[in-house]
Every structure is written in C-alpha cells, then in structure tokens.
Design a binder for this molecule. Sequence first.
Ligand SMILES: Nc1nc2c(ncn2[C@@H]2O[C@H](COP(=O)(O)OP(=O)(O)OP(=O)(O)O)[C@@H](O)[C@H]2O)c(=O)[nH]1
Ligand SMILES: [Mg+2]
Length: 305
Amino acid sequence: MIYGQLVIGPPGSGKTTYCHAMSEYLQGLGRKVAIVNLDPANDVLPYKPSVDVSHLITVENVMEHIKLGPNGGLIYCMEFLEKKVDWLLDELQKVKDCYLLFDCPGQVELYTHNQSVQKIVSTLLKSGFMLSAVHLVDSHYCCDPAKFMAVLLTSLSTMLQLEMPHINVLSKADLIEKHGKLHFNLDFYTDVLDLEELVSLLSDDPFLVKYKKLNVALKELVESYNLVSFHLLSIKSKECMSKVLQAADKANGYVFGVNEENRNIQNMLSCAMSADFEDAKIADIREKYVSMDTESGQGYISQGR
Ligand SMILES: Nc1nc2c(ncn2[C@@H]2O[C@H](COP(=O)(O)OP(=O)(O)OP(=O)(O)O)[C@@H](O)[C@H]2O)c(=O)[nH]1
Ligand SMILES: [Mg+2]
C-alpha cells in the first residue's frame, strides 16, 4: 500500500507551502516522505520534488506552442497528463516506499467541472494508492458571509466530484482576522452545523437582499448533504499540523496500516474514535489569532448549536 495526500485548493491557498511544511513535519516524525509536483505551472519550488510533472509538460511550453492563455494552458496540461497517466504511474514506482504529498494546481474548475483530475485520481486509487484529498481554502473568507457561502459550495462540489476520502482545511488561520473580525465563534465556521444565521447576515446586505430565496436554497443544499466541515491550519503551528495529519491519516487509512513502528494500537484507537475533545481542534488558533469578541459580541462562548 502506498499512502498519501492529494493537496488541492484554489490558487494561493497555500498548497505548495503546506506540502513543504508537512514533508518536514513528517520527516521530523521519522516518516519517509516524497513530494510529487502535479502543478505544471509551478516554476519555483521551495522543496525538491521526487516526481515532477514539468518533466512531462509545462504551462509555459503549452502557452508558447499551442497559443493558449494560462487557464486554457493548464487545462490542456492536465488533460495531457490524464492521457499519459502511465508516465505518472511509472514515476511513482521510484517512491513507492514513501508517504506521498501531491502538490496540485489551483484552478478551481479542475475540481468542480473538468474531469481530468478526477480520472487521474481514480486511476491512482485503482492502482493501490491510498489517498486522502486535503482541500485548502484561505481562512480569511470566513470574515465575509457571501464568500464563506461560496467556500461551502466549492468545497461541497469538489468533494462530490473527486469521490475520494476528503478533509477540508481553512488555511492561513494565523491571518483569519486579517481582513476584518469574525461574525461568529470559530466553531461556527469549522463545524458548519447551522447556517441559518449566515443567511440572516446575507439578507442584511442591501445588495444581496433580493437573493434571499437563492441564499436559503443554497444553505439547504449544503445542509442536506451534511458533508462539509473544516479543520484549521497555520503552518506556523505544530499543533495544527498534527491535527490535520491525524485527520488525513485517518481518511486515507494510514493509521490502520500494520507495517510501521509509529502505527501502534493507541494511535489507531485515538484516531478511530476521534479521541480529542472537539474544542481542542480549534483551541490553539482561537487563543493565538482570534480577538476576544466576535463582531456580533458573542465572544468565546459557543452558541450552543
Ligand atoms: N501566514 C501564513 N501564510 C501562509 C500559510 N500558508 C501559506 N502561506 C502563504 O500563502 C502564499 C501562497 O502560498 P502557496 O503555497 O504558494 O499557495 P499555492 O496554493 O501553492 O498557490 P498556487 O500554486 O499559485 O495555486 C505564500 O506567500 C505563503 O507563504 C500560513 O499558514 N500562514
Ligand atoms: Mg503552488
């Protein structure tokens, strides 16, 4: 079995930084790890990839020779990689004894509309790769109710399209209040249990008030699937890195494997039962990076949802 994480998310959400930081974190734990660069637009990388799609194709070359723009060029590259997936499988043989981190491109349509990434993933899963998707989204979107609604919809459609074990992550949590105060407590954004108040906030916006019915329908759509929730991540926090790793290991099955020293019965049980208190998942970020009072004056106390 080859275990790993498919690191996806919109442009600039922190995928490359996460792959680098997570590989160092894993090496610190004694795990053998390799990074696979699947982004044909990545030219300067902070890490040394063990497998690199730019040896097969780059966006720059496609733009020059096929006269496509950057978005079209990237779609072309991923469709090309889909056709040449045997190249990828051969390359991955070189790192078959490692835990893999796939650094993916950021274009959102690759995960919500275009089928190439989904087909590549499906081939990897059928070939014995045990992968979880780690979907990063910039956490500052939490400050704007309309943007947070858009994040929920993108996360949901990505989960449905990729059809693989999936964890959603609000990245750069150390900057969560960079563009304004949060309207609700942190667990409102991480647990996504009741969006009624989000819809009320959207209706307060004079520009959005005419879309009230649409917003209610979107809220009901997200709630009816009951799939989306988030972990918080700042790469500066070891505690966050550990929580995200724990969730990804549980999703891809690594924690239930049998071969390695660090897979002991305690790890398995704590992961299987989510032994952490729910509140501990957000405590580090809340204490360090969120102001005492939310905009609605509800402060630290959970709203009892
Ligand atoms: N403060 C802070 N900055 C971060 C964190 N993670 C990433 N960044 C910054 O976010 C910016 C974008 O990060 P990248 O890793 O290049 O994002 P990406 O998703 O790979 O971007 P594309 O490949 O262009 O889609 C960089 O300036 C990073 O330093 C974090 O946890 N905290
Ligand atoms: Mg990147």
